[in-house]
Design a binder for this molecule. Sequence first.
Ligand code: FE2
Length: 288
Amino acid sequence: MKNAREVVRLVASHRQTEGGGFIIRRPFPVPGLQQVDPFLLVDEMGPIDYPPGEAIGAPDHPHRGFETVTYVLEGETQHEDSAGHRGFLGAGDVQWMTAGRGVVHAEMPSSRLMKSGGRMHGFQIWVNLPRRDKFIAPRYQEIKSATMPTGTSEDGLARVKVVAGEALGKKASIETRTPIVYQHWSLQPGASVEQPLPPEFNGFVFVFEGEALVGPDGRAVADGMMGMLGAGDVVKLAAKVKTELLLLAGVPLNEPMVRWGPFVMNEAAELQQAADDFRAGRMGEIAR
Ligand code: FE2
């Protein structure tokens, strides 16, 4: 018996600056909505067209206690960290970084984009780690666009990139610490799909182009809006105009969560410890 999830709350994203000063669209965290357990943050970066020499990134900064997931839609970024990882993300690539006990990293536009300018558009999502995993070793997983599992509906009107979880018979290659669904759906006018979403998952959609019609009654979720999903075991996604959206869902950790900037822990004392460890250099530094 399928029970279609309804949109139970609409949240408008707001704009603010992050990192070295780039503009993002963010539905949460905001006062009153600190997280959608286990998700801690959703940032859409751009789209923005940088003139030569003006692209902005996020220079050296730490993280502890959660995961950062970067998905580049357009443009290029390069990253490096205190654990010795170096990477490059082009359009369609995903980096799933498990900060664990702590890492210092830099997330910057590529040197080509810095020099010549160009368009940047992408997402960064923060996924919380359960208490048992807060101090695991940092890890990187990178999926290139060409190897991203991608599915298409029978009528060809809906296409999905499966970053985490499973959709249209395609399974993600990323390993997550707790069960996570991260899907990028591209809907053409007239598209209508049903995506299973087990009842124990918290879930929401974030629309970043067009307008999605979500749930059994086709509630409109406009560009820049997040639609939180209620109880059920399947989500209906449809569109009358070309629409792009992320479907994010995960099993809630149901643990105490405290956050301070780049650190997310279970207890306040652990935030102080994280700040002390970072200041004392115990999260390392980037070798250059
Ligand atoms: Fe970061």
